[in-house]
Design a protein around this ligand. Structure first.
Ligand code: ATP
Ligand code: MG
Length: 708
């Protein structure tokens, strides 16, 4: 296949650039990802060895696609393509000892990590802790991403809460080390340390990965920056692509200056700008363009396309979230019935997973197949996690978290009190829980029955451990059989029992597939693969179903038809961002990312009343709606609610919405953030839902756009 013929001159310039740093700075849908894939093929074509190339993408899904494309372009090549975390996990297996970790380490996921934080907080402060485990966890994660050590965090602490957080960070690190475990952030942080403290290792990796390519560079954090930097000293053949307008991970420590300072960091670098969008219609781009212009902290950039004008962007207002969901479902059904689209051409995006429930319901009752990306992932389901914890304990006998999770699952009469005794005994002796369980008779305060229970459990795990080098599928089958887990599940499930058993079958087939792809693998490889999978990785384009996902997950993807729902203040922008310009701009970029996923049709919507997290609330339109080219758009108010006191200005797009941002109290500390007054409070009735008319009359700050 000709690698260059269907590229523009600018894209071609980027693809054919071989040596020296290269920055591809370009807008959404302009072919950045295409350039990265093609460039890898081109490098191979020009005789560069596959093992000298490292291509980093944001999700495993994107990596998989890239692998497929590279396979088609250059069959059989062993290019390392993957995410930062996947790459670091692999490096760390080889160099773990350099940072004092055993190569068989376990990777803790989000849930494990929260569990570990809860444990250390309880140990440090008992019930007295004034900071929540979630807060501490995110502070730890933030510190790690900024390469801040526990000692440094302690020095910075300004009050008691911050002091406790720093202490918890240190204790958490201690706990992970004792369990021979690392969390997601550690994967990066440890690799940074290895590269920094071992010049010979750095130099050899720099020499090995001579050509490094990073897609979505605007979302890299400090640790990722440092890794890329360290691999590009002797061989600065680094190519990064990115779009500052699509930086949406600031809340996770991503640092825009990585891309903005690239030219400074890599002097003499070549800069290629791609100006044209190949994805969307003119109408869709115009909406995106007008919106993003409202960000002050940005370099101006226009989005141009030769694509057709397309259908106008649609904005529909409905009375309630259920009406909104039904309208979305009906529209999807209509589009597919007309024959132009399949269900898999359609995506529905929302700001948070909690908002998908009504949409799911409506799709289900309209019998529209859908797949939901995010939410509780397959591997986080209880029964799946239980079995994976057995595997984890087999692969790493120091994994105390896994021990605590399964020691009494299925029930073995080992309750919390017994476990507490065991934990204390283990701590006094500096032993892992499994080791302590083997000699449970030495533990103080345990009843004979518990001693027997712990020892039987330890024996079971030790027997299973002998199977560790068998294929993961066989190991899972053995775990199921020897623990009688399926019987336990049947006896302890409500009507979901069948689903749960089916999930276990699915786990067995996942292990089977993994083995086919990685014939030499061991249990811990399978576990690492699962832990590093993001929800988007289970998304399947081929299923013929509508895709439901968050705006964050949609990055890099494209769909012919896109719906973005719940464009309401407090949701998008998220209430957390209310008082912070920087965060507000990030919320705006998030909507921008959503809009620019659409190829042909874009539907925006909101409802006037929303029941969310158990509260019925009157909503305010998202301030971002004000910023769209409303006069070019098609607007429907189907809420049946109008506000006679405040007739809207007609025919004038941008003046049609007014809002009172200060009317929404959204303390930064509130966990859900979304805290408008309830409808009942608004109507003053003290109970029961208010009528839509009541709500509008009570919200004179908001006017309604009437249908023409
Ligand atoms: P994003 O910023 O959203 O990540 P991107 O810049 O990575 O977008 P791509 O996903 O690479 O853009 O390309 C967007 C779409 O345009 C894809 O469908 C791609 O196949 C198509 N495309 C890119 N370049 C060309 C071209 N020269 N001719 C035709 N189509 C193209
Ligand atoms: Mg891309």
């Amino acid at each position: 296949m000709d690698l260059l013929s269907d590229l523009t001159p600018e894209q071609r310039a980027a693809v054919t650039h071989i040596d020296g740093p290269l920055l591809v700075l370009a807008g959404a849908g302009s072919g950045k990802t295409r350039v990265i894939t093609r460039r890898v093929a081109r490098l191979l074509d020009s005789g560069i060895a596959p093992e000298n190339i490292l291509a980093i993408t944001f999700t495993n899904k994107a990596a998989g696609e890239m692998r497929e494309r590279i396979e088609a372009l250059a069959p059989g090549s062993r290019v390392w393509v993957g995410t930062f975390h996947g790459f670091c996990a692999r490096l760390l297996r080889s160099y773990a000892r350099l940072v004092g970790i055993e190569p068989g380490f376990t990777i803790y996921d989000q849930a494990d990590r929260l569990r570990a934080v809860k444990d250390v907080l309880e140990q440090l402060a008992g019930d007295e802790a004034r900071v929540t485990p979630e807060r501490v966890e995110s502070a730890i994660s933030r510190a790690k991403n900024d390469l801040v050590t526990p000692q440094a965090l302690r020095r910075r602490a300004r009050d008691e809460d911050e002091g406790l957080t720093a202490k918890a960070y240190a204790a958490y690190e201690e706990k992970l080390r004792a369990c021979s475990a690392v969390d997601f952030d550690d994967l990066l942080v440890h690799v940074v340390r290895i590269l920094k403290e071992n010049p010979d290792v750095r130099a050899s990796l720099d020499g090995r990965y001579r050509y490094v390519l990073v897609d979505e560079y605007q979302d890299t954090n400090l640790a990722q920056y440092a890794i890329v930097r360290a691999l590009s000293v002797d061989h600065p053949n680094l190519c990064v692509t990115g779009d500052p307008d699509q930086s949406i991970y600031g809340w996770r420590g991503a640092n825009l200056s990585n891309i903005l300072e690239f030219e400074h960091d890599y002097p003499g670098c070549r800069v290629v700008k791609l100006e044209r969008n190949y994805r969307s219609t003119k109408n869709i781009l115009s909406a995106a363009d007008q919106l993003i212009r409202h960000n002050r902290d940005r370099k101006p950039k226009s989005l141009l396309t030769e694509n057709p004008q397309g259908a106008p962007v649609n904005l529909t207002i409905l009375a309630r979230e259920t009406d909104e969901a039904e309208a979305v479902a009906a529209k999807i059904a209509g589009l597919v019935r007309e024959g132009e689209y399949n269900y898999s051409d359609v995506a529905v995006f929302c700001r948070m997973t909690a908002l998908t429930r009504p949409i799911e319901q409506a799709l289900r009752s309209a019998r529209i197949p859908y797949q939901i990306v995010g939410g509780v992932s397959f591997y986080e389901r209880q029964e799946v996690k239980d079995i994976l914890s057995y595997l984890g304990l087999m692969a790493n006998p120091k994994d105390d978290l896994a021990f605590a999770r399964v020691v009494n699952v299925p029930a073995r009469g080992l309750g919390k009190t017994s476990l507490d005794h065991l934990v204390k005994a283990a701590r006094d002796r500096g032993l892992p829980l499994l080791a302590m369980a083997r000699q449970a008779d030495q533990a103080e305060g345990l009843k004979d029955k518990a001693v027997r229970g712990f020892r039987d459990f330890a024996r079971l795990v030790d027997e299973l451990r002998a199977l560790c080098d068998h294929p993961a599928e066989e190991v899972i089958r053995q775990v199921l059989e020897r623990t009688n887990y399926p019987d336990y599940l049947k006896a302890n499930s409500d009507d979901k029992g069948e689903d749960r058993l089916a999930n276990l079958d699915e786990l067995v087939s996942a292990a089977h597939e993994f083995e086919l792809e990685h014939p030499e693998s061991q249990v811990h490889d399978f576990l690492a693969d699962i832990t590093l999978a993001s929800p988007i990785d289970r998304w399947d384009e081929q299923t013929g179903a509508v895709t439901l996902m968050t705006l964050h997950a949609a990055k890099g993807l494209e769909f012919p038809v896109v719906f973005i729902v719940a464009l309401e203040e407090g949701l998008l922008p998220h209430s957390r961002a209310n008082n912070n310009d920087k965060e507000l701009e990030e919320e705006r970029r998030l909507l921008f990312v959503g809009i620019t996923r659409a190829r042909r049709e874009l539907y925006l919507s909101r409802s006037r009343i929303r029941t969310f997290r158990g509260q019925q609330q009157a909503t305010f339109p998202s301030r971002f709606l004000d910023e769209l080219p409303l006069d070019e758009m098609e607007m429907n108010d189907r809420s049946g609610i109008s506000d006679p006191q405040y007739p809207p200005p007609r025919g004038n797009g941008s003046g049609s919405w007014t809002r009172r941002p200060d009317a929404y109290p959204a303390p930064r500390s509130s966990p859900g953030g979304f805290r408008l007054t309830t409808a009942a409070q608004l109507s003053g009735s003290g109970g029961g839902p208010a009528s839509p008319a009541d709500l509008d009359a009570l919200r004179p700050g908001v006017t309604v756009i009437h249908p023409e």
